[in-house]
Design a protein around this ligand. Structure first.
Ligand SMILES: Nc1nc2c(ncn2[C@@H]2O[C@H](COP(=O)(O)OP(=O)(O)OP(=O)(O)O)[C@@H](O)[C@H]2O)c(=O)[nH]1
Ligand SMILES: [Mg+2]
Length: 462
């Protein structure tokens, strides 16, 4: 266990704000609050009831701020310990002073993530829920928020617990076989056990495979705009951002470097990269730019391939078609306001497989169509691969993916052991390995090192 001392930290971000919160947790939280907070009105603190008063420095009696304070007694508190919070005015000097007098009164400044870690150690939340706290705070889109929130409120934990319960049930069947194999009772046949394991394998695999889309939801989808010089890539970026982010000129080769910015599309965060036009170039700067284009295109989750409909196809267009082959994305047949030199059919004939949107990047009114098409492309990428009956939760942490991979491995071993009529004890070993791999996700089994790694990513005060 951790040392039962009392910790203090600002719970709000540094910077100026109307209000800041200083939080105390531990056995001396209430005693320290009593020492540094003088209520304006007589009476006692009742749980979760705000009181007005003055924060004072007990050493000098000096008033530091007029503030509100409340207490949450253990065990039904944030951390499972006695918790006190002071809502003071949101100046950094005030916050630092209050933390300093709390320390002088016996508290210790909390380590990053220490409040959440204590909540975990006291059984207030499990490990997957604790991790979701960090994801929720870091969320940059509605989809990331929804996924983190459902994990925070236990959806992932419930799914994992359900799978673990099935593993334990299989283990119980094996126990029967171990204990009663000499007696004349009906035992579940090995085929039945193998079939049970198979169903479970499918469940675990589904959750394991949700990692790819969970990561896209959490981090945002990365899209790279590629096309020959002058196709209208930077115009498209600016249109999507609703701002003059990239330089647009009639000179081919205007953009030299990768320009990155983010935009919200429906519930998703899209990270857009505008790039240097793809072509053979003798210019050193442009060549380096084009190398960056290729790198960005390779790393992108989604490609936006742009073609200029007012000019005949060139070898650089064919390069773009090649870059886009077998990749998710959208093709834009731009400049449809000008007389057409090529059609969507021409692009198809040269092997383009992406959906094609005839477009004009200089027409603001077409932006809505583009947004809708891109949102559809992202949704296709982020949607669950198999239709699920339950919630559509997606894991987004490598730790969870690795634990599920271990569970899969163990279940596969158990499956083949069951079918090859190995002794039940041998099957049971693999089954229990699957159970503990699943348990690691919610923290049924976890070492200090794992906890250190998880809570290191938190900021102080969380
Ligand atoms: N008529 C018309 N002109 C367009 C359209 N889209 C872009 N342009 C013009 O085409 C020229 C090139 O546009 P950019 O957005 O700079 O093209 P780019 O692909 O970024 O070009 P590079 O950075 O050089 O690779 C500019 O003069 C734009 O105003 C369009 O839909 N219709
Ligand atoms: Mg450009």
């Amino acid at each position: 266990m951790y040392p039962a001392d009392t910790i203090v930290a600002p719970a709000t971000a540094s910077g100026l704000g109307a209000v800041a919160i200083v939080r105390l947790s531990g056995p001396r939280a209430f005693a320290i609050l009593d020492a540094i907070f003088r209520p304006a009105h007589p009476g006692e603190f009742a749980p979760r009831m705000m009181r007005l008063g003055d924060v004072i420095d007990p050493a000098t009696g000096a008033r530091i701020d007029r503030a509100l304070a409340f207490v949450m007694p253990q065990p039904a508190s944030l951390t499972g310990e006695d918790v006190a919070e002071i809502q003071c005015h949101g100046g950094q000097f005030i916050v630092r002073r209050i933390v300093a007098i709390a320390v002088a009164a016996g508290a210790r400044v909390a380590d990053p993530g220490e409040f959440t870690r204590r909540a975990f150690l006291n059984g207030r939340i499990d490990l997957a829920e604790a991790e979701a706290v960090a994801d929720l705070v870091a969320a940059r889109s509605d989809s990331a928020l929804a996924n983190a929130l459902s994990q925070l409120t236990g959806a992932l934990s419930a799914r994992v617990a359900e799978m673990r319960a099935k593993v334990i049930a299989i283990r119980a069947h094996l126990e029967v076989e171990i204990d009663f194999s000499d007696e004349d009772i009906r035992l579940p046949s090995r085929r039945e056990v193998a079939a049970e394991i198979e169903r479970l394998l499918a469940d675990v695999a589904l959750l394991h495979d949700s990692f790819a889309r969970g990561l896209l939801i959490r981090e945002g989808v990365r899209a790279t705009i590629i096309g020959k010089p002058n196709a209208g890539k930077s115009s498209l970026l600016n249109l999507l951002l609703g701002a003059d982010r990239a330089i647009v000129t009639a000179i081919a080769g205007t953009t030299r470097d990768v320009i990155e910015d983010s935009v919200q599309l429906g519930p998703y965060a899209l990270v857009l990269n505008d790039t240097a036009g793809v072509r053979e170039s003798a210019d050193d700067v442009e060549r380096i730019g084009i190398e960056r284009t290729l790198r960005s295109a390779r790393d992108a989750d989604l490609l936006i391939a742009m073609f200029d409909s007012s000019r005949p196809l060139e070898s650089s267009d064919l390069d773009v078609i090649r870059l886009a082959s077998n990749r998710p994305g959208l093709a834009i047949l731009n400049k449809r306001d000008l007389p057409a030199a090529i059609s969507a059919g021409d692009l198809r004939r040269h092997g383009l497989t992406l959906p094609i949107l005839p477009f004009s990047a200089i027409n603001v009114e077409e932006a809505a169509t583009l947004r809708a098409e891109l949102t559809r492309a992202i949704a296709a990428l982020v949607a669950p691969s198999a239709p699920t009956t339950g919630d559509q939760i997606a894991i987004s942490r490598e730790r969870h993916r690795d634990a599920l991979a271990m569970a899969l491995e163990a279940l596969k071993n158990a499956h083949s052991a069951a079918l090859s009529l190995m002794p039940p004890e041998i099957v049971a070993v693999d089954i229990m390995a699957a159970a503990s791999a699943l348990g690691a996700i919610t923290g049924e089994v976890s070492g200090e090192d794992i906890l250190d790694a998880i809570f290191r990513d938190f900021c102080i005060g969380k």
